[in-house]
Write a protein that binds this ligand. Structure first.
Ligand SMILES: Nc1ncnc2c1ncn2[C@@H]1O[C@H](COP(=O)(O)OP(=O)(O)OP(=O)(O)O)[C@@H](O)[C@H]1O
Length: 228
């Protein structure tokens, strides 16, 4: 039961029962123990986004279970799923999706306020996280005044703001040039290691995948362990 996430026999089709039915996920099983960082590699169209949406409680499987910290959330109420999403999951995307009208610091404060944290405590945590990724001098900058790598580091801090137990990331450095991607990915890995987070990180970059604990490959809706 020390798995943070366990996906069990996940099936998902689009247009189910209709002529254009696509069976996207075909019996996916994946258990991620506490502290493990897993790379998800997949060719385009293999069902990677569908899998991340299901693991992230943004979509539901047709059958199978999504067990997060021992609780089956695949058929839980919307309210419970939203709560679990806010408290237990952190999300990072290829594009940072920071709120443009707010500063770096405010972008990291806001999810905490939504979770009932006091403004003072939220600000202290935001500043500590931003300092940790080397952005102490950039706390008051808006995203438009920051480089791509800096914006993505702010997005990492936002994902970790509420102390999740699982990080889900979709090409977290895919929008950066190779050199910056390498450095910024290192910052993310350090953060994940220090906080003891588990992570499922989709990437096309096999060099980055090789820096994770384990690589799984999704192909035509079937998941397998990749040889190292
Ligand atoms: N809402 C939908 N309705 C119908 N088909 C869909 C829907 N969403 C995705 N699909 C199809 O399901 C398959 C898997 O889609 P998904 O977005 O999970 O792929 P992906 O592996 O993330 O691809 P990429 O890496 O190119 O983004 C694709 O064939 C896609 O066209």
């Amino acid at each position: 039961m020390s798995d943070v996430l366990s996906l069990e026999a996940i099936e998902k089709s689009y247009n189910k029962g209709k002529p254009g039915e696509i069976r996207v996920l075909r019996g996916i099983n994946l258990a991620i123990p506490r502290g493990q960082v897993v790379a998800l590699v997949a060719p385009s169209g293999a069902g990677k986004s569908t899998l991340l949406h299901i693991a992230g409680l943004l979509d539901t499987p047709d059958s199978g279970r999504v067990v997060l910290n021992g609780e089956d959330l695949s058929r839980a109420s919307d309210r419970r799923r939203t709560e679990a999403r806010r408290n237990e999951l952190g999300f990072v995307y290829q594009f940072h999706h920071l709120l443009p009208e707010f500063t770096a610091e405010e972008n990291v404060v806001l999810p905490q306020l939504a979770n009932g944290v006091s403004r003072g405590a939220a600000l202290a945590r935001a500043r500590a996280l931003l300092a940790r990724v080397g952005l102490s001098e950039r706390c008051g900058h808006r995203p438009s005044a920051m480089s791509g790598g800096e914006q993505q580091r702010v997005a990492f801090c936002r994902a970790l703001a509420n102390g999740p137990s699982l990080l889900l990331a979709d090409e977290p450095t895919g929008n950066l040039d190779p050199g910056t991607s390498d450095t910024v990915f290192g910052v993310l890995m350090d953060l994940v290691r220090e906080t003891g987070l588990s992570a499922l990180i989709a990437t096309h970059n096999l060099d980055l995948a090789a820096r994770m604990d384990r690589v799984v490959r999704l192909d035509a809706g079937v998941l397998s362990e990749a040889a190292r």
